[in-house]
Design a protein around this ligand. Structure first.
Ligand code: CA
Length: 461
């Protein structure tokens, strides 16, 4: 007896210890969807909000350039230095060493000279030299770090970074970049540091990354972390505050969520007010690297996100399904689907999908999920709750055993003891009573459920 109790306590401690290892700091990483808990009554699952870890999203991107023939080298052409129009090189798509195809924006760097994509030069001046670079994931992702674009040429005079949340059907600007914001976009120049918690969603034009060809820097940022810092502090030490804000403000959550990004290069760097029409081979775009870090959006119902047939899919838990875990699995529609919640910190709320109560007729419908209705955090290890003490109560004197099954007193049977068993010699098995039991099932079962919970105002029959 004492030994078994000691073993139970020990198992509980081991489990709690292993869970604690996931939360070394004051805020949750949300890196487990469920944890097994051992008690004297058996094993249970404790469900928690969870999300995949942030990864290099460029590994899964599909890139499209428009116009499609904008890459240099076909036919071969010369391009020259911005500072010195007589220092020239050749771009030739047919020779590997001289080719600059789009995939060189996403290859592994760390060598010198860098590999880079390059456009044709501005030979058709004054016709604008414009290029759209579209990055598609065919999956909703949440950005977790700055987008960083490294140019090999000088940074463009005018550029817009755009985002789509609907797989490229509609686009919204993320940020404008120009050497002269007023002239280019009729916008006052700002930097992200001019923003605040209240204006964090404002779309700005910045001159910070377009300081002309004299600048040594070749990098353009879209500042995700600076925006996080308005909520989490300058070193992002208070992520709990950020997660709390993301949980309650859909606009903020959506701001960092994309399915596609589009880099619109509108005017190459010229370095001077006037374009030198004698040396148009000085003007072009070249990009050596693009960094996009984020995580699959799984609505806090998955830690895994795998690639299948070149498409990212969440590995959904909590009885959810779909590419973003955006709906309940078949037979688990006992209440409306809901995303998990970051709150309360650190483990959040799982909001798992619960089994449909198909055996008792139409399941009750809720107009919304109220916080006082439990997320059913503890359940059977192999399946979600069959019974519990809130929504799925054993009927006719049955008792719920470990959330796995109802133990039914005779003559009742069924998942929730809702069926009246018919025995040949039993008086309860008259011709009428059998049919009556069937037709009354929904009412018989729903009324005590409603009365016991006092939730009648929540149901829409
Ligand atoms: Ca490269």
């Amino acid at each position: 007896m004492y030994l078994s109790r000691f073993l139970s306590l020990h198992a509980l401690w081991v489990t709690v210890s292993s869970v604690m290892q996931h939360y070394p700091s004051v805020w949750g990483h949300y890196d487990v969807c469920k944890t097994q808990i051992y008690t004297e009554d058996g094993k249970f699952w404790d469900y928690t909000a969870c999300q995949p870890e942030a990864i290099d999203m460029m590994r899964y991107v599909k890139v499209n350039l428009d116009p499609p023939d904008i890459t240099c080298g076909n036919p071969p052409e010369n391009f020259c230095g911005m500072g010195n129009p007589y220092m020239c090189n050749e771009c030739d798509a047919a020779i590997d060493e001289l080719a600059h195809p789009p995939e060189l924006m996403f290859d592994v760097e760390g060598r010198h000279p860098y590999t880079f994509w390059q456009s044709t030069t501005w030979k058709a001046y004054p016709k604008p030299l414009r290029v759209n670079i579209t990055l598609s994931w065919n999956k909703t992702i949440e950005l977790t770090d700055n987008i960083v674009i490294t140019f090999e040429s000088s940074r463009p005079d005018q550029m817009i970074l755009e985002k789509s949340l609907d797989y490229g059907r509609t686009w919204q600007p993320y940020q404008y970049y120009a050497t002269d914001c007023l002239n280019a976009f009729n916008m006052e120049p700002k930097t992200v540091r001019d923003l605040s918690q209240h204006t964090v969603l404002e779309i700005i034009c910045t001159e910070e990354y377009s300081t002309g060809y004299m600048s040594n820097s070749k990098i353009i940022h879209f500042e995700i972390k600076d925006r996080f810092a308005f909520f989490a502090g300058p070193r992002l030490h208070n992520m709990a505050s950020l997660y709390g804000q993301l949980d309650t403000t859909k606009n903020l959550r959506d701001f960092f969520t994309v399915t596609d990004l589009r880099i619109r290069l509108l005017r190459p760097a010229t370095g001077e007010i006037y374009v030198d029409t004698d040396h148009l081979t000085r003007y072009f775009y070249a990009i050596s690297d693009i960094k996009v870090v984020g995580r699959c959006k799984c609505n806090l119902h998955a830690t895994g996100c795998r690639e299948e047939n070149k498409k990212l899919l969440c590995e959904c838990e909590h009885n959810t399904t779909g590419p973003d875990c955006g709906k309940c699995k078949k037979n688990y529609q006992g209440r409306p689907w809901s995303p998990g919640s970051y709150l309360p910190i650190p483990k959040g709320t799982a909001n798992i999908c619960i089994p449909s109560i198909s055996s008792i007729g139409n399941p009750p419908k809720f107009d919304r999920i109220l916080p006082n209705i439990s997320s059913l955090g503890v359940s059977n290890p192999n399946q979600a709750n069959v019974c519990d003490n809130e929504l799925q109560i054993c009927q006719n004197g049955g008792t719920c055993q470990n959330n796995i099954r109802c133990l039914c007193p005779p003559p009742y049977s069924g998942v929730l003891c809702e069926k009246l068993s018919c025995e040949k010699d039993s008086q309860s098995c008259s011709q009428d009573s059998g049919q009556g039991a069937v037709s009354l099932q929904p009412l018989v079962l729903l009324l005590p459920l409603v009365a016991l919970l006092g939730l009648s105002e929540l149901f829409i029959f």
